[in-house]
Design a protein around this ligand. Sequence first.
Ligand SMILES: [Zn+2]
Length: 249
Amino acid sequence: MNQVFVRCHAELNDFLPRSRRGSTITVPCAGHESIKNLLEALGVPHPELEALLVNDTPVDFSYLVQPGDRIEAYPVSALPALALAPLRPTLAQVRFVLDIHLGRLAAYLRMLGFDTLYRNDYDDPELAQLAHTEQRILLTRDIGLLKRSMVTYGYFVREITPHRQLREVVQRFGLHDQFASFKRCLRCNGLSQPVAKAAIDHLLEPKTRHYYDDFYQCQSCGQIYWRGSHYARMEQLIAHAAQPDQPET
Ligand SMILES: [Zn+2]
């Protein structure tokens, strides 16, 4: 019986063709293949996997599949009910690196205070390297990028529109109580601090100078922020991100 039986649970089914979702998949197996490679060949990138059972026993990514194995693959949402140890250590600090398609999401995550690397000229090897060396969570819409072996922490962003993506990421990583809003530069990821109006007065447009007195300045790039007309919209976005169960409006 040179085959194994694979069941992908919950949101891991997003990576399977429709005909294979929610069912046990029979896969040919000659042995000597890691469980990680076998699942990636089915379409599931390894950073999305949080726990693996083979014949009811927990295994890690190095496990070599044997003919006849019954494999259960679980995403993060299944973990609490399973009471299993996750496949990788929990990160002490949540930090992100985002691919080229997620520029708006990067700005939104910075708005919430999360350390978020993004550049529109990072290529795939650079992104994987950054995720690896700095132990950052790689957020991407590119499943191939997520399958790179260098990536330990990563997540495929399902939603298309940036404000929904923000809410999705907040929910996926349980970030609701970690917001430090308006403390980080949207443009460069640097930290911003209050700055005296007199110190930057010469940089302000006349209307801004007239209507506003409280300013913040990025310590890295010098960008100046104030609570202007865009501020209410951003607060609304933050409130939306913080309430995952609220229906879409
Ligand atoms: Zn800046």
